[in-house]
Ligand binder design. Structure first.
Ligand code: MSP
Length: 503
């Protein structure tokens, strides 16, 4: 079983936004979890370079598009690094391997008879990099970008999308989980059922892009170039190593803004070129502030690096998975970030580790004796994590999975309060009971750390190290009673130090 996950490749006309960071983190959480289950994983992200809007920004700066993208790509390569995202390859659409594959891909569609030449005139939104019909505009502007589209008239090469309507509907009928959440599959199928218009896969008025193999005077339309990255990367990401077998387990993660391109155009292009469609797509919602779109031009943007510098990468990763039900839109703010940091990370989790290690250090001189007992409620909470978290991950529900893990964290906190180890410590006759409580707390924390490692990998490692346990993240470790006897446990400093509330 393989789990090959992709993020959208981001436009490089500006620097990474909180929304881009959101998708990359969610993808990393998914990949890390599947890796813990022993699956073969591959994680692809990267950048979409051949957009008109990229060429325009370059021109504004007096650079050629390639000079410009070379100058900004480093800021994008830094994104997965700073998010601690365990990517396997970073694709650039200017990679030679990608360009060659795209040309071959388009040639296959041409040879298949699904490409014809026509003149197109219409409104083009440079924000979406797509033609817009008039009923998609509000007050003459693109509702997603708030800008008026420009009139374009070109002789282009068209892809016969309309010929794929039945096959696409059949695909959705045969594979009910092809697109998740299911309301997004419904959105795609109603769009398909409403009738599909052929679309242009080339641009005549532009030189920045991949030349069309049978008509090198034109370049590939940016979406017909970008979507193909998901498949092209497997051809050249690991020279000398065969990766194409991963395609059967391909999953795409994307935001709702680019649903049509991924859920309608992409499978049709693949069928036309003679490739299998991906295994699954998950369409997530948007982060919004006061129910308003986050945008640099509105001035309400939150810089992901500012949150990382102030709190930590793990705090940001946790918040992304927790603050917004994955799949839905969600309101976010610096205040809610801070509140959750204090209440959940610093108190629920951080204090639990501090108290547990402090008690083991104080009452047992840092020694943990292996005394797995019946486990009681804690064993039940651990078993729920072991069974229910993978099931939630199988439907990409990283928020529900995290809540299930947090129930274990809360059960551990209740266990401290109910068993009152500080009272047990006063009574020599109850030494066995105290050993049991300390063991169960350490064991529950160990199991929670393994399950949490997909979300907060650095914290999980710190917890396991504080408990003097091996940093073995294998999912089988999420079971009661796997903590080994050890010595040398010390009272640990806070996992999440106090930070002043945002001004
Ligand atoms: N280049 C295209 C994608 C091509 S994929 C073959 C593109 N790039 S983008 O830079 O605009 O990135 C869009 C993606 O960034 C969204 O689909 C989503 O994954 C993420 N997000 C950007 N803003 C977002 C929010 N405010 N909230 C959540 N995710 C958002 O489109």
């Amino acid at each position: 079983m393989s789990f090959y996950l992709t993020t959208p490749i981001y436009y490089v006309n500006s620097t990474p936004s909180i929304g881009n960071a959101y998708t990359t983190v969610a993808a990393d959480i998914l990949v890390r979890h599947h890796r813990q289950r022993g699956e073969e994983t591959f994680f692809l992200t990267g950048v979409d370079e051949h957009a008109d809007k990229v060429a325009r920004v370059a021109a504004e700066r007096g650079l050629s598009p390639k000079e410009y993208t070379d100058s900004i790509v480093g800021a994008w390569q830094e994104l997965p690094r700073r998010l601690n995202a365990t990517i396997d390859f970073f694709i650039r659409t200017s990679d030679e391997g990608h360009k060659t594959f795209v040309q071959d891909f388009l040639q296959r569609i041409y040879d298949n008879g699904d490409v014809y030449q026509d003149t197109y005139a219409g409104f083009y939104c440079f924000g979406c990099e797509a033609f817009k019909s008039e009923d998609e505009l509000i007050d003459g502007k693109c509702p997603d970008h708030g800008i008026a589209p420009e009139w374009i008239e070109e002789k282009n090469w068209f892809f016969r999308l309309s010929a794929y309507q039945d096959r696409l509907l059949q695909l959705y009928a045969d594979q009910p989980d092809f697109v998740l959440p299911s309301f997004r599959a419904n959105e795609a199928t109603s769009f398909i059922a409403g009738g599909l218009r052929d679309f242009s896969i080339s641009r005549a008025g532009q030189t920045w892009g991949i030349p069309i193999p049978w008509d090198p005077g034109q370049v590939a339309y940016v979406w017909a170039d970008a979507l193909v990255n998901y498949r092209s990367a497997l051809e050249y990401a690991r020279p000398g190593q065969e990766l194409t077998h991963l395609w059967g387990g391909a999953r795409h993660l994307l935001g709702k803004d680019i649903l049509r391109f991924h859920c309608v155009y992409w499978p049709a292009l693949l069928l036309a070129a003679g490739y299998e469609v991906p295994r699954q797509l998950f369409v997530h919602g948007f982060l919004v502030i006061d129910n308003q779109k986050i945008s640099k031009s509105l001035g309400n943007a939150i810089d992901p690096y500012e949150l990382i510098d102030r709190y930590s990468t793990d705090a940001l990763r946790f918040w992304f998975a927790r603050a917004v039900s994955f799949g839905q839109d969600g309101n976010v703010s610096r205040e809610s970030f801070h509140e959750r940091y204090e209440r959940e990370l610093a108190n629920d989790l951080g204090n639990l580790l501090s108290r547990t290690t402090a008690m083991i250090a104080r009452y047992r001189d840092g020694e943990l004796t292996a005394t797995a007992g019946a486990g009681g409620d804690l064993a039940i909470a651990i078993a729920r994590v072991r069974d229910e978290v993978p099931a939630a991950f199988d439907v990409f529900d990283i928020t529900v999975a995290l809540e299930t893990i947090w129930e274990l964290v809360r059960a551990l906190n209740r266990h401290v309060e109910q068993s009152q180890p500080w009272q047990l410590a006063k009574d020599e006759a109850r030494a066995g009971e105290l050993d049991q409580v300390l063991y169960d707390l350490a064991d529950g924390l160990r199991a929670a750390a393994i399950a949490l490692s997909a979300y907060i990998p650095e914290t999980a490692r710190q917890i396991l190290e504080a408990l003097r346990q091996p940093v073995d993240l294998d999912w089988d470790g999420v079971a009661y009673g796997r903590t080994g006897a050890t010595t040398g446990i010390e009272a640990t400093p806070p996992l999440f130090p106090r930070i002043d509330a945002p001004a």
